[in-house]
Design a protein around this ligand. Structure first.
Ligand code: ATP
Ligand code: MG
Ligand code: MG
Length: 549
């Protein structure tokens, strides 16, 4: 909102603009690695990068950080683009770090020529052994003082495929005694004879993150390269490469990654949940992915508002998922049409209502929005209500139905319970009531006030639907910080399927993506599994925060 104070990134940008830095330009980028689907943490980064550019009349690049050939796939590229668009953002340029392989290779050659990079024949173990510890300096590799010519030749041979994976690496010649481990002659290139999803078999050497990310930023003249806190110790190296290469000086800034409680956010872990069948797919509505939130019924606006309101932090923290739910509940309260759905039905007969008569009641679609209009709701002498809206021996404050009690049927009449039937197991099978003809909603002259209002459907008019009720995917607040395998904290009851919920007829023609409030139950969204024969609905969120501690 306009009233909040500037966050630290806005402050930095405004100072830069005041100084006339970067010619008054603001250019950010969102750099996903196409190795999984985007999650709500990525949404935070997207809202931040695109949001800052929008605010300061700048631009944002979508750059696929595809320098690791093994884990990447075009399926992920497509889903990432769809998710960013759905969130409501447009990138200035669609770019691929792999398009810079030639240029990054030339950067490496330039550093070799300056005596600032060398080919090391050591094994990974040997390199690690000489690396030192945070309190002890490392030791020079025996290959550190190779001459420029030899390094150039060897690096070219690496590129030409003359060596096996792991036989050699290219390292930056920085400082083996630096207190920052990332500065102890970091690896710039490794040999990997692997097929890349875009460059095919053209390359068998690939740049490491630290020698690709900042270089890509610089090539694109990115002004503010925003990443998460784990990259703070990489920043000196980010700056060192840019300085030594004398290329456009992009700058890196860090903020705390978004963590949500009751879920995991690392793509590696999410992938395990999918591959090991704990969920039905990347877009299973219990997942924290953007595609799952969409399927569950979240709107782009609710996610953007959430990302904006949580602000940006410089320290890692855990955000309550109930806050995300708060924003969608607020929005859907304003926008979702109300309908009546009975998930655990028991039959109710109105004995003084003429058998076979059907009354078409007018029901308002949304009390929060008059323009949403009304719908027709058929009423008859045989209805279904929720089983738990009736009690044989109700306690004092039970304002629903019980022998001799009165309630209002929403949009219809006041009824009084006269009797009921039970089966041999003691389950209620039918409730018998009488109605007060003069108590019709909108024209009630009965003079009675009843405390409870319940929802219902007309037996002859109700259709069936499958309703999927979701709970937290994990039983614990922070599955990442528990002992042992995070999967042992999965909530076994995170999905409850109601096969045959009874829905009012107006809902039967709903289409995938349509959103509703089921009166007294929560907000629901039509699932893409819906077929002409079967409507499937997902519970987006309950009506109230049932998780408040
Ligand atoms: P993961 O650990 O889930 O694989 P990642 O950081 O490796 O995440 P990338 O595809 O590299 O995933 O992320 C793209 C961008 O999104 C990066 O700039 C990254 O910093 C940012 N990002 C990823 N996760 C989060 C998060 N939880 N909160 C904020 N930003 C995030
Ligand atoms: Mg990454
Ligand atoms: Mg990752």
């Amino acid at each position: 909102s306009e009233e909040r104070s500037l966050n630290f990134l806005e402050q930095i940008i405004e100072e830069d603009l005041a100084k006339g830095a970067n010619g008054g330009r603001v250019h950010t980028r969102f750099p996903p690695e196409p190795n999984g689907y985007l999650h709500i943490g990525h949404a935070k980064s997207i809202c931040l990068n695109f949001g800052l550019a929008q605010k300061y009349n700048g631009q944002t690049n979508l750059r696929f950080d595809d320098t690791n050939p093994v884990t990447e796939d075009t399926e992920y590229v497509d889903s990432i683009k769809a998710d960013i668009k759905w969130l409501g953002f447009e990138w200035a340029n669609e770019l691929y770090a792999s398009d810079y392989f030639e240029q990054i290779y030339n950067f490496a050659v330039a550093l070799i020529k300056k005596g600032l990079a060398y080919v090391d024949d050591s094994t990974a173990e040997e390199i690690a052994a000489l690396k030192g510890t945070p309190t002890e300096p490392g030791k020079d590799s025996p290959y550190r003082n190779r001459g420029v010519e030899e390094n150039l030749q060897l690096f070219e041979k690496m590129k030409n495929g003359e060596f096996k994976d792991g036989a050699k690496v290219l390292r930056a010649k920085v400082d083996m005694a630096s207190p920052n481990m990332h500065m102890r002659d970091p690896i710039m290139y490794r040999i990997k004879h692997a097929h890349h999803h875009r460059t095919g078999d053209k390359w068998c050497i690939y740049p490491m993150y630290d020698f690709a990310h900042g270089q890509s930023d610089s090539i694109e003249h990115i002004t503010h390269s925003i990443c998460t806190l784990e990259f703070v110790p990489h920043r000196p190296l980010y700056d060192w490469f840019i300085e030594k290469l004398e290329i456009f000086p992009s700058h890196q800034y860090e903020f705390a990654r978004l963590n949500l409680n009751y879920t995991v956010m690392s793509k590696r872990k999410l992938k395990q949940l999918v591959e090991e069948g704990f969920v039905r797919g990347w877009d299973d509505p219990r997942m924290p992915t953007i595609s799952a939130l969409r399927r569950r019924g979240f709107t782009p606006a609710s996610i953007r508002t959430f990302c904006d309101r949580i602000g940006i932090q410089k320290r890692d923290n855990l955000i309550e998922v109930s806050l995300l739910e708060y924003f969608i509940r607020e929005e859907l309260n304003r926008t979702a049409n109300r309908v009546m759905v009975v998930t655990d039905p028991v039959k109710l007969v109105i004995t003084n209502y003429p058998e076979g008569q059907v009354e078409e009641l007018q029901a308002e679609n949304n009390p929060e929005d008059e323009s949403a209009g009304t719908r027709i709701l058929p009423f008859s002498n045989t209805l279904y209500i929720e089983r738990d809206d009736f009690m044989e021996n109700p306690p004092k404050k039970f304002f629903r139905l019980g022998p001799g009690n009165m309630v209002r049927l929403k949009y219809a009449y006041i009824i009084k319970c006269d009797s009921f039937d039970k089966d041999a197991d003691g389950n209620i099978t039918t409730i018998y009531c009488s109605y007060l003809p003069e108590s019709r909603s909108g024209g009630d002259s009965s003079g009675l006030t009843v405390k409870g209002t319940i929802h219902w459907v007309s037996a002859a008019h109700a259709a069936k639907a499958e309703v999927r009720l979701y709970d937290r995917l994990f039983k614990v607040d922070d599955p990442n910080n528990e002992e042992g395998d995070f999967k042992s904290y999965i909530n076994p009851d995170s999905l409850q399927v109601v096969e045959n919920a009874l829905i009012e007829p107006a809902l039967a023609s709903a289409k995938p993506g349509d959103r509703f409030q089921f009166l007294r139950k929560g907000y629901f969204c039509v699932d893409p599994d819906t077929t002409p024969e079967k409507l499937v609905l997902n519970r987006t969120v309950t009506l109230k925060d049932t998780w408040a501690k």
